[in-house]
Design a protein around this ligand. Structure first.
Ligand SMILES: Cc1cc2nc3c(=O)[nH]c(=O)nc-3n(C[C@H](O)[C@H](O)[C@H](O)COP(=O)(O)OP(=O)(O)OC[C@H]3O[C@@H](n4cnc5c(N)ncnc54)[C@H](O)[C@@H]3O)c2cc1C
Length: 315
């Protein structure tokens, strides 16, 4: 009997992890990623709980530890950079706000792709444009490559998955948290130290700076506003929006805004949760944020159950 073939879409965290396990269970795997190369942006991912168990079972824990950001904790600072509250990374048994084991999202994706690259076929710079599921196999058309047929297709395309939209249509509900966040890398400055620093400003705005292990600093700008479709704008317009929204703020905000245009890995998202009545339809399934994203603000979200669902945020 021939081996099962599976198309996985998205080469971030969920996609390559799935590719590893599908290979372990004897399937042939193709991973297609829309970006022309591995996306390295984003801040840190804390590896704890089930994530730690999965990393251990994949034999990746030591490699992750070797790439750890080694943040010492987080300080909540005022406009004069005075610490108003702080949490050490060792607090709560290493399971606090900053965990004992943290790795950059891009570094984690790189480790996962490296672990699977020899066993799975990776295609960058392409994406699915159509799927025909005849009950036995799925014929897939791509933006660039020739059509191919697979036994199964699994979308790991993140919160704005377009393949999800193609297959599940309006079954998707996006629960918006009225929160927008941009992540990008900026040059390191002497003030950055080994601690993450979090500055809250009036008008529901937040600037966070986190030292990484690559000699740079990871910046985060976050502001509250009901959904406007900002996540679908061109990056240049998103950056202009951020400059307007954060203009005149103190602390290290001017330095962050000055570095915005030259950042190599700008990423903007509308924070929210994907809600699906089911995660598979015929021979197509969803995994990761495309299926059930809890969002980085899950704890906060539980406290604000009143925000109304809106439509899906395909990107
Ligand atoms: C560049 C980037 C930076 C991020 N930064 C942060 C952060 O700082 N903090 C945080 O909490 N979360 C961040 N996230 C989200 C975080 O990675 C996810 O919440 C989590 O890791 C779950 O991963 P995932 O693999 O399900 O989805 P994601 O990490 O969102 O990855 C989805 C992948 O699919 C690709 N893709 C999208 N559409 C298609 C398509 N049609 N065809 C093929 N590929 C497609 C994307 O380019 C991406 O590589 C970031 C995601 C990305 C892509």
């Amino acid at each position: 009997m021939s081996r099962r073939t599976v198309l996985v879409t998205g080469a971030s965290v969920a996609g390559p992890t799935l590719a590893y396990w599908l290979r372990r269970y004897g399937m042939d795997v193709v991973v297609v990623e829309r970006a022309p190369e591995l996306r390295t942006g984003g801040q840190t991912v804390d590896v704890r709980g089930a994530g730690r168990t999965v990393a251990q079972r994949m034999g990746l824990e030591d490699a992750i530890r070797a790439c750890s950001t080694n943040e010492e904790g987080i300080a909540f600072v005022d406009a004069n950079n005075r610490t108003r509250a702080a949490f050490d990374a060792k607090a709560f048994g290493g399971e606090g706000l900053i965990a004992e084991l943290e790795i950059l999202r891009g570094e984690l994706a790189r480790l996962l792709v490296e672990r699977t690259r020899d066993d799975a076929e990776y295609i960058f710079g392409d994406c699915v444009t159509g799927l025909e599921d005849d009950g036995e196999r799925v014929r897939v058309t791509f933006q660039r490559g020739a059509p191919r047929t697979f036994d199964l297709v699994i979308a790991a395309e993140g919160i704005g998955s377009r393949t999800r939209k193609l297959v599940f249509g309006d079954e998707v509900t996006f629960r918006a948290f009225d929160l927008h966040t941009a992540y990008f890398t900026i040059p390191r400055a002497p003030s950055d130290g080994q601690q993450a620093r979090w500055f809250n400003a009036p008008g529901s705005r937040n600037v966070t700076l986190r030292p990484d292990n690559l000699g740079t600093t990871r910046a985060l700008l976050s502001f509250q506003e009901p959904p406007q479709g900002y996540e679908r704008l061109e990056p240049a317009r998103q950056k202009a929006l951020l400059k307007r929204t954060f203009a005149g703020l103190g602390w290290e905000t001017p330095r962050v805004l000055a570095a915005l245009d030259d950042s190599p890995d700008f990423y903007f998202e509308a924070i929210g949760q994907v809600k699906m009545p089911r995660w598979s339809k015929g021979r197509v399934a969803l995994v990761g944020d495309a299926a059930y994203c809890a969002s980085p603000s899950a704890a906060w979200a539980r406290a604000s159950r009143s925000s109304a669902p809106t439509s899906s945020p395909e990107s």
